[in-house]
Design a protein around this ligand. Structure first.
Ligand code: NDP
Length: 247
């Protein structure tokens, strides 16, 4: 299998898009370490990955805490001995119009969605750079490209992820490490299931393909970026959104 002998680390990997990425990596033969704040779900997903036939460990880790990430980083390298793929997927929303958005709503979203990516890359990238090969994929959002009322914190964090991705792509290219972002549109997960019907309908009107995306749709794009077929692709943002944003 394509990724046998390789190791991936997926944040927010216990459910939703992150879980599907972890499952697809495992199905391609990679060992997968997942990190998530949800302890029991993290352990359950790691067990599912082991059932596929690869090595997998679930780490309880808050990506917004540098100490947590540093601690998990040491354990992953000790247990797996190498790292090939880094997938920064953990993300949260705290939606409110700016006039109602508290400093805490702002800080929480920026801390997880943007500082979390910095923390993980800061801790793990030295291993990729030393190996002179590796692939990093950061999960952004089309909201980071176009903005959205009620999501100033989320949009700023996801736009930040794009700037971070492009800077790191330039920094890491001389060492053979690629860094790309995927910007999903409206995907069926726990994050979107609570949306009211009228909001869903409004979103649907914006999607030329007239359907919501699945976690599999996003994971497929991530798998391409992690594959050898994408060796010459870096610093890119690939939208996976049914045509919602074309630029
Ligand atoms: P989910 O909420 O289903 O999954 C995200 C996972 O990340 C959850 O298990 C969550 O745990 C975990 N997580 C949250 N905070 C942290 C943290 N501090 N440290 C570690 N793990 C954490 O979300 P999705 O699968 O829908 O989203 C995955 C990514 O895709 C996110 O970055 C999101 O912004 C992005 N995205 C999603 C879209 C969609 O339509 N679903 C559209 C565009 C982008 P917990 O549940 O406890 O918070």
């Amino acid at each position: 299998m394509e990724h046998t002998g390789k190791v991936g680390f997926v944040t927010g990997g216990s459910r939703g898009i992150g879980k599907e990425i972890a499952v697809q990596l495992a199905k391609h033969g990679a060992d997968v370490a997942i990190a998530d704040v949800l302890d029991s779900e993290t352990q359950a997903t790691a067990a599912e990955l082991r059932d596929i036939g690869v090595k997998s460990t679930g780490y309880t880790c808050d990506v917004s805490s540098f100490d947590d990430v540093e601690n998990v980083g040491k354990q992953v390298i000790e247990e797996y001995g190498r790292l090939d793929f880094l997938i920064n997927n953990a993300g949260i929303v705290r939606d409110k119009l700016l006039l109602r958005m508290t400093p805490d709503d702002w800080d929480q979203v920026l801390s997880v969605n943007l500082t979390g990516v910095y923390n993980v890359v800061k801790v793990f990238s030295p291993y990729l750079l030393k190996q002179k090969q590796g692939k990093i994929v950061n999960i952004s959002s089309v909201i980071g490209l176009i903005g959205n009322p009620g999501q100033a914190n989320y949009a700023a964090s996801k736009a930040g992820v794009i700037g971070l991705t492009r800077s790191l792509a330039k920094e890491f290219a001389p060492r053979g490490v690629t860094v790309n972002a995927v910007a999903p549109g409206f995907i069926e997960t726990a994050m979107t299931e609570s949306l009211k019907d009228d909001v869903r309908e409004q979103m649907m009107n914006l999607i030329p393909l007239k359907k919501l995306g699945t976690v599999g749709d996003v994971a497929n794009v991530v798998m391409f970026l992690l594959s050898d077929k994408a060796d010459y692709v870096t610093g890119q943002v690939i939208n996976c959104d049914g045509g919602m944003v074309m630029a």
